[in-house]
Write a protein that binds this ligand. Structure first.
Ligand code: FAD
Length: 398
């Protein structure tokens, strides 16, 4: 909801200018208050204005009748280089459950260049339909092009629910599209369901630093939108006998719509930091004792063909970059095997890895909380245990 100055009523006192915590109000040449783009709509100026000359503009609500026109559950199938990222397929599995509960169709949205082959995968994972937008302008993710394409799809076909992965691209795209179609978005969800009373999607996500789980409903606007963390849901077992309808939608993007130019792609993330897709993760914590000891974690990960994770304590100490962090404020992972090396098992760490199939913990403290969630525990010094494990796995591999 935007904040607006009623110019005729403004008495030029400047109270709003000094009150605004964001410095978002200036006095214009006519000596009337003017709200700049820095406004966050916090409303402090409304309370400060002595003559009620500042008001909150009511945004147009989706008319109740309009809501009936919105049907279907959509999942954005994010792709990189023509390969579907895992999260889109995971969301198809969950989207299928929502669609069945609502008695509606499940559709995948695929945007890219020469990506029609992904439709087969979407159908195998539960989609009834695929909306396909193709063109060279979509070869690599581009904020402007993807936003225009996705917004156009929603405005044309009117889905009731839209799910995106809480990946870098999904977090960029989701809120922009939501804003353009005039709805809200629940970010970073860890649970989805249907609210029994209202029949709305119940979006669950951690709030207040992870101390509570908040369940959010979107009663007034359509579509209901949210981003969901990768690896929260299991990928459905594909059924390649399933087929569906492909709806090809022409691209509406014009060259002048794209404000950025991709000059080069510099690969900073190697296999070792592709935590979301990894089947094996070896993570180290403060118990690694020194940054150079992370080499032991990396060696085990390399032998097993896995990725390297880290606790926040290890990241905060500067031992590993933040893109390796697992947990509530890091990545949510769900590998087949998760090694926790010198990690105590704080609740914020568990929030990001407890859905791993098998957890193996190495800790010198037999009472460390990590052992409560571990399937296998080794009580010992990581600096001694890790080289032995690596050596043994190396022998098996040879
Ligand atoms: P510690 O808790 O210090 O544990 C080190 C462990 O290593 C101990 O159990 C010790 O017994 C063991 N150890 C020591 N030496 C050895 C040795 N030689 N051999 C074997 N074991 C040894 N944390 C995260 O990880 N991810 C997050 O995303 C995250 N988000 C957070 C968000 C918020 C809002 C807050 C408040 C905290 C968050 N934290 C997060 C921090 C979290 O609370 C813990 O502080 C952190 O996970 C501890 O990291 P650690 O287990 O590596 O260190």
């Amino acid at each position: 909801m935007a904040i607006k100055v009623i110019k005729d009523q403004c008495v030029s006192c400047g109270a709003c200018v000094s009150t605004c915590p964001f410095g978002a109000i200036i006095m214009e040449s006519d000596n009337k208050a003017f709200i700049t783009e820095a406004c966050t709509a916090c409303g402090a100026c409304i309370d400060a204005c002595p003559v009620g000359a500042i008001i909150r503009e009511e945004e147009e609500k989706t008319a109740a009748a309009d809501k009936d026109q919105y049907k279907g559950v959509w999942v954005f199938i994010e792709q990189v280089g023509g390969q579907a990222r895992g999260v889109g397929l995971e969301l198809l599995g969950e989207g299928r459950k929502l669609a069945d509960a609502l008695g509606q169709e499940l559709a995948g949205v695929i945007i890219g260049d020469k990506v029609e082959h992904l439709a087969k995968e979407a159908f195998a994972c539960g989609a009834d339909k695929v909306y396909l937008v193709e063109g060279p302008e979509y070869k690599h993710y581009n904020t402007d092009a993807y936003t225009i394409a996705f917004t156009d799809l929603i405005q044309t076909y009117k889905p009731s629910v839209v799910l995106l992965g809480a990946t870098n691209d999904g977090r960029d795209l989701g809120p922009r599209v939501a804003c353009r179609v005039g709805t809200g978005l629940t970010a970073d969800c860890t649970g989805l369901g249907i609210d029994e009373q209202t029949g709305l999607v119940a979006w669950t996500r951690p709030a207040f630093g992870g101390n509570i789980m908040a369940t959010i409903l979107c009663p007034d606007h359509r579509p209901q939108m949210g981003t969901v963390r990768p690896k929260v849901f299991k990928r459905p077992v594909p059924d390649y006998s399933r087929t569906g309808e492909i709806i090809r939608v022409p691209s509406k993007v014009k060259p002048e719509d794209i404000r950025t130019k991709l000059i080069d792609i510099i690969q900073v993330c190697t296999a070792s930091c592709n935590l979301e897709e990894a089947e094996i993760i070896v993570s180290g914590g403060r118990g690694m004792c020194a940054p150079e000891n992370f080499r032991l974690v990396e060696e085990l990960a390399e032998v097993l063909g896995g990725a390297v994770g880290a606790s926040r304590a290890a990241v905060d100490a500067g031992w590993k970059p933040a893109l390796h962090q697992v947990g509530q404020t890091g990545k949510t992972v769900g590998p087949k095997i998760y090694f926790a090396c010198g990690i105590s098992g704080a609740i914020q760490h568990l929030a990001g890895m407890s859905s791993s199939d098998v957890i193996i913990a190495i800790n010198k403290d037999p009472d460390a909380p990590i052992f409560k969630v571990a399937d296998f525990g080794i009580v010992g010094d990581v600096l001694e245990v890790l080289p032995i494990l690596t050596e043994e796995f190396r022998k098996i591999k040879q």
